[in-house]
Design a protein around this ligand. Structure first.
Ligand code: TMP
Length: 237
């Protein structure tokens, strides 16, 4: 069959959610499904493999810490970058990602599926004060808007269970009190953003097949032009 590449602009679809919510599994499943429909697909993620992304990976795995100067009492603290510096690094990584990967691919007709984007910065770097959202939006204001953001709403208990099964390390944010705050932030951000941009909330708690069926239905409704032949919706194709 003739490739659908270059016939029109591609699409930019983002998956968001807590660690363990299913974003990796579902973005892969969607990529494989669309490739079977003969669409050119790129699966990508943030933080990226680029220069800023590499610094962020060191930070996330707690390998970017330094010993502060001992206080007069002799206490020495381990420090990491401030939340604002981390947010700026994520925004810089995102702009680099857009310029060198996302935009060229979309312009080439590719369906770009990205795991995490600016909602992750809003949820993870916002902290306890929702007033920080405005600044986070400002530093991300040059980032292109996705054609669709799918937020996988998965309970913290399920996320924790999946993470402990699949991961050998714990990242900087994987502490119960932080993740509870991040979950609240995601809820706040998603409810707010869906008023002005294409956002879908999908229950990420059921098994991966059920979640994926719901996602395919959404993709079908949002992008009917991608599926001119309704038989294409059969999952086995
Ligand atoms: P992951 O590769 O397992 O999804 O982990 C990425 C981590 O980076 C995850 O804890 C969320 C965090 N993160 C942010 O804090 N801000 C961001 O903008 C992005 C993209 C990720």
């Amino acid at each position: 069959m003739k490739s659908k590449k270059n016939e029109r602009r591609g699409k930019f679809i983002v998956f968001e959610g807590l660690d363990g919510s299913g974003t990796t599994t579902q973005s892969k499943l969607l990529g494989q499904y669309l490739e079977k429909q003969n669409w050119p697909v790129l699966n990508t993620s943030e933080p990226t493999q680029g220069p800023m992304g590499l610094i962020l990976r060191l930070l996330l795995t707690n390998r970017l810490i330094f010993n502060s100067r001992p206080s007069e009492q002799g206490n020495q603290e381990l420090e990491i970058l401030s939340n604002s510096s981390i947010a700026l690094l994520f925004a810089a990584d995102r702009l680099d990602h857009i310029q060198h990967t996302i935009l060229p691919k979309i312009q080439d007709g590719v369906i770009v599926i990205c795991e995490r984007y600016y909602f992750s910065s809003y949820a993870y770097q916002m902290g306890k004060d929702s007033k920080n959202l405005k600044w986070l939006q400002t530093i991300n204001s040059r980032c292109i808007q996705p054609d669709l953001t799918i937020y996988l709403n998965t309970s913290l208990a399920v996320c924790n269970k999946r993470r402990f099964t699949n991961r050998w390390y714990q990242d900087l944010y994987e502490k119960p009190e932080i993740l509870e705050q991040v979950a609240r932030n995601y809820e706040h951000v998603v409810q707010r953003m869906k008023k002005t941009m294409p956002v879908e909330i999908v229950d990420g708690t059921p098994n991966e097949k059920v979640v994926f069926e719901n996602i395919i239905q959404i993709i079908q409704q949002r992008f009917p032009e991608m599926f001119p032949n309704s038989s294409l919706f059969s999952e086995n194709q």
